[in-house]
Design a protein around this ligand. Sequence first.
Ligand code: UDP
Length: 312
Amino acid sequence: MARTVVTGGAGFLGSHMCEALLDRGDQVVCVDNLVTGRSSNVAHLSERDGFEFLQVDVSEKLDVDGPVDSVMHLASPASPVDFDRIPIEIMQVGSYGTHLGLELARKKQAVFHLNSTSEVYGDPLVHPQPETYWGNVNPIGPRSVYDEAKRFAEALTMAFHRTHDLDVRIVRTFNTYGPRMRPDDGRVVSNFIVQALQGEPLTMYGDGSQSRSFCYVDDQIDGQLALLDSGYVGPVNIGNPNEFTVRELADKVIEATNSSSTVEFLPLPKDDPTQRKPDLTIARRELGWEPSVQLAEGIERTAAHFAAELNL
Ligand code: UDP
């Protein structure tokens, strides 16, 4: 039976990862400092065989007793709202946290799996983005705390691979959404759905012509587990290639929730990427993976979750 450490395991993505690993029979050590993660995200896992929770800040220490087969480093605040609120913590978990995760994997002779991000492409000048694109990142702008932390994390992961022959994986995610996002997370899908359910205006930044490619969390987890099991060092884009403008997203959310909300236009944040869409050639070829949940269905499932959580 495999034993996997999931940092950020009580977060949005991490909690789904812990659950999927348990479902396939793995043992899980969920590590989280609960800065943006929530114990309620994993409360339903606490009684399951093979699940352990450690409340630890992985930027400070990461000691796990016993054998470990994989270390999956998912810990990091990921909303642009957090980039302003806790920038130094984000840089710490991307640097010190990644280093401690790599050292743990090295000590245990485990696979190290890094959750990186399409933010390493910055405001991309190549579209869609293949893994070979080096990106267009402002190194000192407000988003740099996340973008550069993840770029550093990728570089450190590859340095451990080359220097210590550590078995590593790097995944680049593209706007993952779904149940267990925080309602006040600040990202566009959660904001729009909660606003639509409450009949509030949808807060559209800029004119809404910027695009994103939104990936439902179940697809994301399937792709990441396929990568973990594959032996492919990476990096690999995992995302949904169907691209929507933010304006189109607003229309879909209003339709899916049957809402009477209007749209309110607010200033576009600095360095907000104009477009983003994954080139999935490597994921298809190396993993045989393809996303299957389309946006309208994903919005409906996510809206049902928020409606239940917020009693709407
Ligand atoms: N956005 C928006 N309204 C919101 C939150 C975000 O129009 O309430 C926009 C944001 O400016 C960006 C896109 O939606 O262009 C995606 O933003 P998000 O924060 O979800 O992710 P990221 O910018 O990191 O892709």
